[in-house]
Write a protein that binds this ligand. Structure first.
Ligand SMILES: Cc1cc2nc3c(=O)[nH]c(=O)nc-3n(C[C@H](O)[C@H](O)[C@H](O)COP(=O)(O)OP(=O)(O)OC[C@H]3O[C@@H](n4cnc5c(N)ncnc54)[C@H](O)[C@@H]3O)c2cc1C
Length: 241
């Protein structure tokens, strides 16, 4: 848990440094922002948009980058065509735009190097984003901590940062990734057999982090409990949907 902090989080100005496509639906945004406290891997920020008539919309987005002091945070936003906020980022936002942001936020879905491992990370779709921050931080600060990412996507083409994950699995001896595709004729949902295979490969996790849609996280958490994991070691983050 983070230490209680009585100061309300202020809305900050964040400028978009650059935007790059990650998949057909997801774009990565690097933002320059001066947090008044250091971020912890797994945390998120709130973004707020204000229309000319004063109407405001606010949504949460996980931080994909490892904690750093360089004043840059990376977000990965999946565009929903009709989405109030993601639609803006998908179709309208440009480098140089200044938006309102507050954060970093979140005291339970976080990992620090001293928390150790083994780490079982289970992500569905864009739910992999905070897990990337954990993996990136682990690689820098605690590469000996064993970690396994079980990442489920509808279509292999929707895999976020497939090349980075493959490079990490090749170069980092204590990290492995299992990609699961749910769509198509061979598709399967994450099930007890897949969880069993992940646990056989990783060993007993000290911490499990589950992130994705409400349905995905609920199903994955049930499978971990059925596999006998201690509920106190399981942390969840639900993106909605
Ligand atoms: C803590 C937290 C962290 C998050 N981090 C990320 C992140 O890193 N990247 C990211 O892309 N999103 C993330 N989300 C989801 C994000 O906050 C928004 O819910 C999402 O971008 C949709 O907002 P919108 O305004 O574009 O869509 P809305 O206008 O709210 O909804 C538009 C349409 O999209 C559907 N929809 C909304 N959210 C989802 C969803 N998650 N899955 C499927 N359908 C949905 C709605 O049912 C509706 O039909 C996070 C959510 C939380 C709570």
């Amino acid at each position: 848990m983070t230490e209680p902090n009585p100061r309300p989080l202020p809305w900050l100005k964040a400028s978009i440094v650059d935007i790059r496509p990650v998949t057909a639906r997801v774009k990565a945004f690097r933002l320059r922002v001066d947090f008044d406290r250091p971020a912890i891997a797994g945390q998120h920020v709130d973004l707020r948009l204000t229309a000319p008539d004063g109407y405001r919309a606010q949504r949460s987005y996980s931080i994909a980058s490892a904690p750093s002091s360089d004043g840059i945070v990376e977000l990965m936003i999946e565009g929903f065509g009709d989405g109030e906020v993601s639609g803006f980022f998908d179709g309208v936002a440009e480098p140089g735009d200044v938006i309102e942001l507050r954060g970093p936020i979140g005291g339970s879905f976080v990992w620090r190097p001293q928390d150790g491992g083994p780490l079982l990370l289970i992500g569905g779709g864009s739910g992999v984003v905070p897990l990337l921050a954990i993996l990136r931080h682990r690689a820098i600060a605690a590469p000996d901590v064993p970690a396994l990412l079980l990442y489920s996507v509808r279509d292999a083409a929707e895999t976020i940062l497939r090349a980075e994950l493959a490079d990490r699995a090749r170069d980092e001896p204590d990290f492995s990734v299992m990609l699961n595709v749910t769509g198509g004729t061979d598709g399967r949902r994450i099930d007890a057999a897949l969880i069993g295979a992940a646990l056989a490969r990783l060993g007993s996790p000290r911490h499990s982090y589950l992130c994705g849609s409400n349905a995905f996280v609920g199903a994955a958490a049930d499978l971990l409990l059925d596999a006998g994991l201690d509920p106190a070691t399981i942390r969840t983050e639900r993106f909605g949907g």
